[in-house]
Design a protein around this ligand. Sequence first.
Ligand SMILES: Nc1ncnc2c1ncn2[C@@H]1O[C@H](COP(=O)(O)OP(=O)(O)OP(=O)(O)O)[C@@H](O)[C@H]1O
Ligand SMILES: [Mg+2]
Length: 353
Amino acid sequence: MGRIELKNIYKSFGEVEVIKGIDLFINEGELVIFVGPSGCGKSTLLRLISGLEEATHGTITIDGEDMTSKRPAERGLSMVFQSYALYPHKTVRENMGFGLTVARVPKTVIAKKVHEAAVTLKLEDLLDRRPKELSGGQRQRVAIGRAIVREPRAFLFDEPLSNLDAALRVEMRLEIAKLHQLLRATMVYVTHDQVEAMTLADRIVVLQDGLVEQIGTPLELYERPANLFVAQFIGSPKMNVVGANSKAGTVTFANGSEWDFKGAPDNAAHLGVRPESISLCGTAEGVLAGEIEVVEHLGSDSFAYVAVDKVGVFTVRIVGRAHVKPGEVTGLSFGADDIHLFGQHGGVALAFA
Ligand SMILES: Nc1ncnc2c1ncn2[C@@H]1O[C@H](COP(=O)(O)OP(=O)(O)OP(=O)(O)O)[C@@H](O)[C@H]1O
Ligand SMILES: [Mg+2]
């Protein structure tokens, strides 16, 4: 249950095309996360799956059944929103059971399902309260509980944790991970949060401007981004990318520095290297040399920002405490295995598989 397939989906609002041809297959029990810049169409795509919006073109099937023009209630999905959308005058118990009450499910069955969901979500002691008597995290739990009691084919989440403070977000993230393990239900989840996407997803779909840039497991996207956009979108702090040409096994940077790199393709225009893949070294040993501008101490890590004249500023992650200071000159060292080369138009440069 909960196999979702989108074929050639387009969506326009009036003249404006927002989703521009998306194919996507979501497996039974999979947790798939949509990420992408604000306005790229994440919520719209989720609403198309739920039936709250109708596609302009294309088909949506759930468990093999064509759902393209079915109403939301007929699709058997539950949606959880950022804004909780609870009824303020109803108790937690009534809020959780409301969908079933409307569907005329017998009271004893509703009571049993609400109780089970309350146990799963640790809401047993709060069943008689009203939403205003709950914390943000508890309210979101109720919204999730309301989704669970309907035993949907799949759960759709639109930024469910973004109204919560940082600590609560971490806690709820773990709750959702546990819930997914427990229910083994298909979940489609939209988030802005890198860590949520990397930690929760079986697969991440990176969207930009109504199109899919790449689909893959979190580590596939991190280690083998298909293009410059994904490379810089996934990972925090983001990948350093600078202009670099390659020819006959030599990479040349904008300041004229050359780096011997056998096997480099001839069509690279950009070189990417993640902050944790660079180490500081003596200026003579480095691929590049620059001056440290700022050092940030985060406790577990430090970040040094190193300006290389004519090339750019590199973020370098140092594990633990950094023993370097602004104004110092340093070398930057990284290896052939650490870098990503991209062509002029941002795709992966060839011969670097
Ligand atoms: N009902 C609507 N009518 C007209 N335009 C809409 C409508 N809903 C969304 N849009 C437009 O479609 C585009 C995609 O919106 P969507 O809400 O899907 O983005 P999003 O990726 O979820 O962004 P965010 O991260 O800010 O939530 C935006 O440009 C938005 O203005
Ligand atoms: Mg949105």
